[in-house]
Write a protein that binds this ligand. Structure first.
Ligand code: CP
Length: 317
């Protein structure tokens, strides 16, 4: 594997999950792969899980790790070409990227959507510049339109907890006080569509995701109807994708919050969320604290998804 930005980069999902379970059972067996190799993790945005789990995965593989928070201590970076740099940005990404590449063997990048310019966000300008100019393998730690390490961890978690060959997985929009990118729901949809699960997306009118991510999923605007018989409920907020409302909040309707009454419509479903989660906006205390909530094992599997991706990149160096 050279780069990892979407579901296609992982190849067969069956093989990826099999490898994940092997790595999970023996996570220190591949330390030789990372000896004298350096991972550089570059964060343009905040993180708890991605930062810790990816660093742990790299350490499991024997790698050295450097972390750069671009907005805390680094020069402010200009990302647009042709800009007269007479403002507060002291360095251009086009110099910074190859310099960063010269200090490491593998690069992880987190760069969220700005939600101001849809074309710019959906071109994945920042991570694609890293791929083009760093000279190193690059993997996404959540980019503008996808969060593949999260989706891979979600898939591993569903495979571990499912009791039916073909579970019903429902991704439901839920309210949030601020405008969030579509990266997590886009990516989750992309990965679920690559399985043979029954996959349903439910959200209020106006929150339709990009058609390339919705794929063959059933879209159901009645949340209660969507949840009937679900085996997994995956809650997430996202801002509007469709024009002219790109990046906007259209609703904060707490009638969409996942609560005990909604979970009662399911087939005793497991509750999932990528975290961080806004309690009593996205999900009630009762549901997230219930025995059917698997948000902690889901987060723990971030270490495993990152380790499989890093392992494959190291094997290809
Ligand atoms: N789920 C996730 O990516 O968490 P962080 O934003 O804390 O990294």
């Amino acid at each position: 594997m050279r780069n990892f930005t979407n579901v296609k980069d992982i190849g067969s999902l069956d093989l990826a999950v099999k490898e994940a379970l092997e790595v999970k059972a023996n996570r220190f067996a591949y330390q030789h792969l990372g000896k004298n190799k350096t991972l550089m993790m570059i964060f343009f945005n905040s993180s708890l899980r991605t930062r810790l789990s990816t660093q742990k995965a790299a350490m499991n593989l024997g790698m050295n790790v450097i972390v750069l928070d671009v907005n805390q201590g680094a020069w402010k970076l200009e990302t647009e070409r042709g800009v007269i740099m007479d403002g507060d940005k002291a360095e251009h990404l086009l110099e910074a990227i190859p310099v960063m590449g010269s200090y490491c063997d593998v690069i992880g990048v987190r760069a969220f959507a700005g939600l101001k310019n849809k074309a710019e966000d959906y071109e994945e300008r920042v991570i694609n510049q890293f791929i083009k100019y760093s000279g190193r393998p690059v993997f996404s730690m959540e980019a503008a339109t996808r969060h593949p390490l999260q989706s891979f961890a979600d898939l591993i978690t569903i495979e571990e907890f499912k009791t039916k060959e073909r579970p019903k997985v429902v991704m439901t929009w839920a309210p949030h006080p601020s405008a969030l990118p579509q990266a997590v729901p886009n990516s989750f949809a992309e990965w679920m569509n690559a399985t043979d699960y029954e996959f349903v997306i439910t959200h209020p009118h106006g929150y339709e995701l990009a058609p390339e991510f919705v794929g063959n999923a059933r879209v159901e605007y009645d949340q209660r109807k969507a949840l009937e018989g679900a085996d997994f409920v995956y809650a997430k907020n996202w801002s509007a994708f469709a024009d002219p409302n790109y990046g906007k909040i259209l609703s904060k309707d707490r009638a969409w919050t996942v609560d005990t009454e909604k979970m009662a419509l399911t087939d005793n479903a497991f509750f999932m969320h990528c975290l961080p989660v806004r309690r009593n906006m996205i999900v009630t205390d009762d549901v997230i604290e219930s025995e059917r909530s698997i948000v902690i094992p889901e987060a723990a599997n971030r270490e495993i998804s990152a380790q499989v991706v890093l392992k494959r990149i190291l094997e290809s160096l």
